[in-house]
Design a protein around this ligand. Structure first.
Ligand SMILES: Nc1nc2c(ncn2[C@@H]2O[C@H](COP(=O)(O)OP(=O)(O)OP(=O)(O)O)[C@@H](O)[C@H]2O)c(=O)[nH]1
Ligand SMILES: [Mg+2]
Length: 315
């Protein structure tokens, strides 16, 4: 069956590089243009690099941290010329991304409960579908709670993914209280002795206080149904939104204590650099990245692979 192929199996690095082509063109293209055969690292070069890195959404603190290191290295005459500068940038970005462990360990609890949140259209439901497929392929019993009762089509969309994955979907009617649906999901996952519950929620603007309060309530209700739940609060961010991703992450984190990130649509943007800033500033690991709409286009985040794909496209 087509959906049963091993998740993320096919030439992962090549597909990742294809997916990151736009980000890479913007990022490395810009850096190469600035360095352009110059050997000396002077203030002018640093300023131009600063502009490129900021336009790639790295965020001011992150850019300063990276460029301070570059300035130091140049002073000690350790870094010179294009290749060394690029290698240094690659190394320091990798070092930032490696500060956090990306692995989502679902073995720490049985059942393991994931609450998925994010702004409208960020890719929550698609990510849930892809994740359900992944977990089912690992022989886990998965239930999905259709907690987006706001948009009528959302329940249908989840049911399609549920069928593909071989995961049950717990739903109510459109307009129902999302906490109640998700509570039913918790009861189902306990009663059926399933391994994982993934709860979808309606997209919401992080600036809408009442909608953010609703998420708090959902979280409380989950914990009532199963103490310790949710074990993962997963924030799905659309990479194409650039800098706004940082403020979304900040507010969702303040409200719910986000434990992991998914960065979607990295295939469609030149703004993949935002990931580096969020990891550094908020200390929340990126668990998965989305590089397309297909079933195997959700990848476990691997910092070394990500940085390789960002810096080297042609091999
Ligand atoms: N290119 C690309 N498209 C994606 C990716 N992830 C999701 N999408 C698309 O983005 C659109 C929105 O995805 P959904 O999963 O419905 O987003 P959502 O967050 O559930 O949306 P709401 O429930 O309305 O808030 C769909 O057309 C998806 O196919 C990705 O990694 N790459
Ligand atoms: Mg949705």
């Amino acid at each position: 069956m087509i959906f049963k192929k091993k998740w993320g199996e096919k030439k992962p690095l090549r597909r990742l590089k294809e997916g990151l082509a736009k980000t890479r063109a913007n990022f490395i293209g810009g850096i190469e243009k600035v360095i352009g055969g110059r050997r000396k690292i002077d203030e002018e070069l640093l300023e131009e690099l600063e502009e490129i890195l900021i336009s790639a959404d790295l965020g001011i603190h992150t850019v300063y941290e990276i460029l301070d290191g570059l300035r130091e290295g140049a002073k000690r005459d350790k870094i010179r010329g294009e290749t060394e500068i690029k290698n240094y940038l690659k190394k320091s970005i990798l070092e930032i991304l490696n500060r956090l462990d990306p692995e989502l360990n679902t073995e720490i609890s049985s059942p393991f409960v994931i609450l998925v949140v994010g702004v409208n259209g960020s890719g929550k439901t698609t990510t849930i579908g892809k994740l359900a497929v992944k977990f089912v392929n690992e022989n886990k019993k998965v239930i999905i709670a259709a907690g987006d009762t706001f948009r009528a089509a959302a329940i249908e969309q989840l049911e399609i993914w549920g069928k593909r994955a071989g995961a049950d979907v717990i739903k109510s009617k459109s307009g129902a209280d999302p906490s109640a649906v998700i509570f039913d999901g918790i009861q189902a996952v306990k009663a059926r002795k399933s391994d994982i519950l993934i709860a979808d929620t309606a997209g919401r603007l992080h600036t809408k206080t009442n909608l953010m309060e609703e998420l708090k309530k959902i979280k409380r209700v989950m914990n009532k149904g199963l103490p310790g739940a949710p074990h993962e609060v997963m924030l799905v961010l659309d990479a194409t939104t650039g800098q706004n991703g940082t403020s979304q992450a900040e507010i969702f984190n303040e409200t719910l204590s986000v434990t992991g990130l998914v960065l979607t649509k990295l295939d469609g943007t030149a703004k993949g650099g935002g990931i580096i800033n969020i990891v550094k500033e908020l200390g929340i690991p990126v668990r998965y990245i989305g590089i397309g709409e297909d079933i195997d286009d959700l990848r476990e985040f691997n910092a070394a692979q990500f940085v390789d794909a960002l810096f080297e496209g042609d091999n």
